[in-house]
Every structure is written in structure tokens, then in C-alpha cells.
Design a protein around this ligand. Structure first.
Ligand code: ATP
Ligand code: MG
Ligand code: MG
Length: 555
């Protein structure tokens, strides 16, 4: 019975699209291989520029080691690839990594949206390679050649690498250690996939929004696996909720590890949920959990526990029910972020997200409760590329928020230290009733929902193509990652394989709407839809998804 339950959970994971297909896996592998080659070419170039002896140029090497969800084997199609670039002693971070390697990557056709995040605790480059998001931090070791099988636990390498070097390496080291410490890697992976999906659906995933990040969940899942090495998948999930719903926080969660017998005094930390990294120097995971987000996480863990404590009755589908935001909160803070080009948006949104903690704390101070829903949305009615956040505010509390002063306060914070050009960021209060019409709001990340705006997926390569003739009209989207998603309301944006195909439709639309002289928005929308349908009927193969095209054409 339990095996059957575990099997059906595994099937559900596949159905939810969480398990990447062999083609997707191949693509990711290929990206990492290509990156290794680029890094190798880079280090030779730097060695040459530094006038190293010929034999040293021949002998030098650099590599990339993956970590994060990809290396743990729990990535979904939308996960990034976290990869640490490790270079030899002469390749510096400031010049060689952030200038030379940056420009080599920037000039590659596969690379888009590249930007440097130099002032983070772990400085890195962030970009998309073949449409897949990458986080690439850097560290250098005091050697001439860094091979693929470099032993990152070797104390010789670790002495004298500085604070940033330590922090950058700790991700890879922590990951490796987690894999070594779990009794059954495959079961751990399945369980972690489930738990991540639960956290995303219930709005408690995302370190920057004050919730749990991938590394926190990985350690919590590993802890549960260690406690009961023979448990089935469904029992592990039930144990996860039970263990952490009833956990005496702030007692730290520490993985059992024969090598470190270091006991921790709970007063050592101010964290609400201290979770210790399983590698030297055994620090806690960096954590943005606040009083409010802690309450929400605990409430969600208790909900999970209630739904799974009776294994026979536990219903995994119910556990994954999306968090009902509009039924829970009557008012929301809307954070609207936009930039004039898609390429600039990622950097700007990333910066604002890195400053969310101060906005969350401020809202907690003036409102008592704030639920910083980590989901990102796109307002498709706005022409500029944008991302929108809606954070729940305390129900019943009617305090008038001085949104202007809140905005000023937050704007001061975000304008301090940003190296690029400041773009747009607006704060406003919206009522739940205004959001309720967007059916998707409470069914976030459920597939196949319809809405006149959609959830943003930062990893999705989605370049809007504006009409050359009709003002502010988005003809469709250019996609490079092969997926297909449509706004299926009357005016359906389409995904095109090529820009020229979008241009063909644009011309057709313009010509016909011009001839028809219909200027009223509603009439024009209907008219455009009918033109699109005709266009699709005669060109179905031009679209990314043939099945979708056939569906539209049938209409
Ligand atoms: N708060 C943190 N404290 C310590 N290490 C962290 C923290 N956040 C990230 N890391 C390190 O960086 C790695 C990658 O982080 P990332 O946020 O990409 O999460 P992930 O586990 O890869 O999940 P996702 O699938 O969402 O990308 C983590 O596995 C961890 O090693
Ligand atoms: Mg990751
Ligand atoms: Mg990452």
C-alpha cells in the first residue's frame, strides 16, 4: 500500500513536469560542457596576457563545478544551473573574471541577459546560456592547473583563500557533503522534489522573500532521510512535515555527520530557523526569515502534518493545493517593476529582490503582518517588459498605509549602490476584489490556467515582439526554449520560432486592420483574433507548438 502511494507520488512529479526529459538533461549537460570549454580558453588567454612561460600556459587549466539543485539531481525545467568557476592563482576576480571572461561570454550567441553581481556575499555572473539560467561565481586556488576532479575538501587548497573564496566554495562543498550523508540518494532526491513543489505551491519557497531556499529544504530533507533510512517515499514526506512542524525552533537543524561533533548552543544564533551547513566551518545557511514569514512557514508545515499524519488518508494532491491568497487577504501591496528592454529587466528585478528584506521588515512594522508572496507575474496590458509582485496584508487591519512614504523609503534603499541605470518601480495598494477576476492568481503554477496576465518565469526565454505599425501592440513572443504557453483569452499572444514569422503576421494584421478602419479596442481585438486564426490555419508549422497551432486553427 505504501509502495503504491509512493509510486503515485512519483507519477505525480512526472505529471507536474518536474522531472526533466532526457532531451532537457542532454541540453543541460551540453551547456555545462560548453562552459567548461569557454573557461579553459579563457584561462589560456589570461595566462598569455600575463606573459606566463610557454610551458605554464600549456599546463594551466580552469574548470567549472556544478552545485545547487542541478548537482543534487532535483532540478526542474525552470531551475537554474549553479556552477562555480575555479581558476588558477593568477586569474583575478576583478579583472580576469568580471572583465575578460564576461566579455568572452557576452560575445557568444548562446549567451543572453548577462550581468555581474559583484557586491553580493558570493559575487557572480548571471546569464542565460541557450535559454537556461546560470549562476556563475568564481574562486581561485593557489595552483597552476585546476582539473575537473579537483578535491575541494583538500585543506591545502582551502588555506588562505579568503572569506569570499570560502563562501563561493561552500556551496559546492555543502552539496557534495549532503549527497554523501544521505542513506539513499534516489529517495532523497524524490522527496526533495516533492517538498520543493509543496513549498512553491504554498508560497513558502524563496530566500529573498524571507522563505526557505533550495539549500534549506535540501538539508531539512536530508535530515529526515537520515532519521529513517528505510522509510518509503510517502513515509518520508509525512515525517518531514511532522518533524519540522513540531520542531522546537530555534533549535538548529544539524545533519548527523561522523566528522563534526561540534554541539551548538541555540542562543548562538538570532535566526528563527537555524539550519546548519554540513561542511567546515559549519555555519548556518544565510537566511532572510522574519517573524511573519516564520509564522507562515510553520503554519504551512502544520497544515502538511495534518494532511499526512494518517498515511492511509494522506492525499498528496491536496497538500499541493495552491495557497488561496485572495481568500486569505483583502488587500495587497503591489510592487510593479519594469524596464524599457527585456535585457535590462532581469538585472533590475534581481537588484530589487535583493533589497526585499528591508521592505518586508518595514511592512511588518507598519502593518503587523505581510505575506511576501514569492510568485512573479507579468502584466500583459503594459507594453514595457515588467514583473509584478503582490504581497498579502493583514486581514481586518484597516490602517491606512502611507504608500508614498513607503515607496520613498524603499526607493532610497534601492537607489543606494545600484551600478546600472535606475528603472521604474511603483508601489500601490490593491484590493483582493481587483485581483479575483484574474482566476490564475489563486491557482498559481497550476498548468493550463487562463488569464489576461500570466505568471512570470524568469528562466523562460520570452522576448516580446512589438508591432512595427500598431502602437504598443505585442504581436507575440519569440521563444528559444521550445515550450509553448498562450494567453488564451480573445487576444492570444503567440510564440514564434523566428522574428520574420512574427513580422509576416504583423504586416498582415496591420494591412487588414487598416483596411477595415476599426479603431474601437474591442472590435479590433476580435478582428485581430480572427486574422490570427486564419493566419495560423495557413501556417501552423511556423509555430513552436504544432498541437497548439492545430487547436487555434480549428477555431
Ligand atoms: N542562503 C544560503 N546559505 C548558504 N548557501 C546558499 C544559500 N543560498 C544558496 N546557497 C548555495 O547556493 C546553491 C544554489 O542556490 P539556489 O538559490 O540556486 O538554490 P537551488 O538549491 O539550486 O534551488 P533552485 O532549483 O531554486 O535553483 C545552494 O545549493 C547553496 O549551496
Ligand atoms: Mg539553483
Ligand atoms: Mg542559483
Amino acid at each position: 500500500m505504501e509502495d503504491e502511494r509512493s509510486r503515485s507520488i512519483l507519477q505525480l512529479m512526472v505529471k507536474e513536469g518536474l522531472v526533466p526529459s532526457p532531451e532537457e538533461e542532454e541540453k543541460r549537460k551540453n551547456v555545462v560542457e560548453q562552459l567548461k570549454k569557454i573557461v579553459m580558453a579563457w584561462v589560456k588567454r589570461v595566462a598569455w596576457q600575463r606573459l606566463l612561460p610557454r610551458q605554464d600556459i600549456a599546463a594551466t587549466s580552469a574548470t567549472v563545478l556544478t552545485y545547487g539543485s542541478y548537482a543534487l539531481g532535483v532540478h526542474g525545467p525552470e531551475s537554474d544551473i549553479d556552477a562555480l568557476c575555479i581558476g588558477p592563482y593568477f586569474a583575478t576576480m576583478a579583472e580576469d573574471f568580471f572583465v575578460v571572461l564576461y566579455s568572452m561570454l557576452k560575445s557568444r550567441p548562446e549567451v543572453s541577459e548577462i550581468h555581474c553581481v559583484q557586491d553580493a556575499k558570493v559575487p557572480l555572473m548571471r546569464f542565460k546560456f541557450d535559454g537556461i539560467s546560470m549562476d556563475l561565481p568564481y574562486t581561485r586556488l593557489k595552483v597552476l592547473a585546476v582539473t575537473e576532479n579537483v578535491d575541494i575538501f583538500n585543506p591545502f587548497f582551502l588555506s588562505d583563500i579568503g572569506e569570499t573564496g570560502w563562501k563561493s566554495l561552500s556551496g559546492v562543498r555543502a552539496n557534495k557533503r549532503i549527497c554523501q550523508l544521505v542513506p539513499n540518494l534516489e529517495k532523497f532526491q524524490s522527496m526533495l522534489r516533492c517538498v520543493k513543489l509543496w513549498a512553491k505551491r504554498r508560497g513558502v519557497y524563496g530566500n529573498l522573500n524571507g522563505f526557505l531556499g533550495g539549500v534549506h529544504l535540501a538539508i531539512l530533507a536530508a535530515f529526515v532521510c537520515q532519521c529513517d533510512p528505510n522509510a518509503s517515499l510517502s513515509a518520508l514526506i509525512s515525517n518531514f512535515f511532522k518533524t519540522f512542524a513540531l520542531w522546537p525552533w530555534p533549535t538548529p537543524v544539524v545533519l548527523r555527520d561522523g566528522m563534526s561533533q561540534h554541539t551548538i548552543n541555540p542562543t548562538e544564533t538570532q535566526l528563527f530557523m537555524p539550519i546548519r551547513l554540513p561542511c567546515n566551518p559549519y555555519e548556518y545557511c544565510r537566511c532572510n526569515i522574519t517573524k511573519n514569514t516564520f509564522y507562515k512557514i510553520r503554519a504551512e508545515l502544520l497544515r502538511g502534518h495534518n494532511l499526512t499524519k494518517d498515511l492511509l488518508k494522506s492525499d498528496f494532491d491536496n497538500i499541493l493545493e495552491p495557497f488561496p491568497y485572495t481568500q486569505t487577504y483583502t488587500r495587497f501591496v503591489k510592487i510593479f517593476v519594469s524596464a524599457s528592454k527585456q535585457d535590462e529587466l532581469g538585472d533590475w528585478v534581481g537588484w530589487i529582490k535583493s533589497r526585499f528584506r528591508c521592505l518586508i521588515l518595514k511592512l511588518e512594522e507598519v502593518q503587523g503582518l505581510c505575506d511576501p508572496n514569492p510568485a512573479e507575474y507579468i502584466d500583459l496590458d503594459v507594453a514595457e517588459p515588467n514583473v509584478v509582485f503582490y504581497w498579502g496584508l493583514q486581514p481586518g487591519k484597516t490602517n491606512v498605509i502611507d504608500i508614498e512614504s513607503l515607496r520613498e523609503d524603499f526607493w532610497r534603499n534601492i537607489s543606494n549602490g545600484y551600478q546600472g541605470l535606475l528603472r521604474r518601480m511603483e508601489l500601490s495598494i490593491v484590493q483582493a476584489s481587483q485581483l479575483a477576476k484574474y482566476a490564475q492568481f489563486d491557482t498559481l503554477s497550476r498548468k493550463g490556467t487562463k488569464a489576461s496576465w500570466k505568471m512570470s518565469d524568469c528562466n523562460q526565454q520570452r522576448i516580446p515582439i512589438y508591432s512595427q505599425h500598431l502602437p504598443h501592440y505585442v504581436v507575440g513572443y519569440l521563444s528559444t526554449n521550445g515550450d509553448s504557453e498562450y494567453r488564451s483569452a480573445g487576444d492570444a499572444p503567440l510564440k514564434f520560432k523566428t522574428q520574420s514569422m512574427a513580422a509576416a503576421l504583423d504586416n498582415e494584421l496591420t494591412q487588414q486592420t487598416y483596411n477595415a478602419r476599426c479603431h474601437k479596442r474591442k472590435i479590433m481585438d476580435n478582428f485581430i483574433t480572427s486574422i490570427k486564426c486564419k493566419f495560423l490555419a495557413s501556417n501552423p508549422l511556423l509555430l513552436i507548438s504544432e498541437t497548439e497551432a492545430a487547436g487555434v486553427a480549428k477555431k
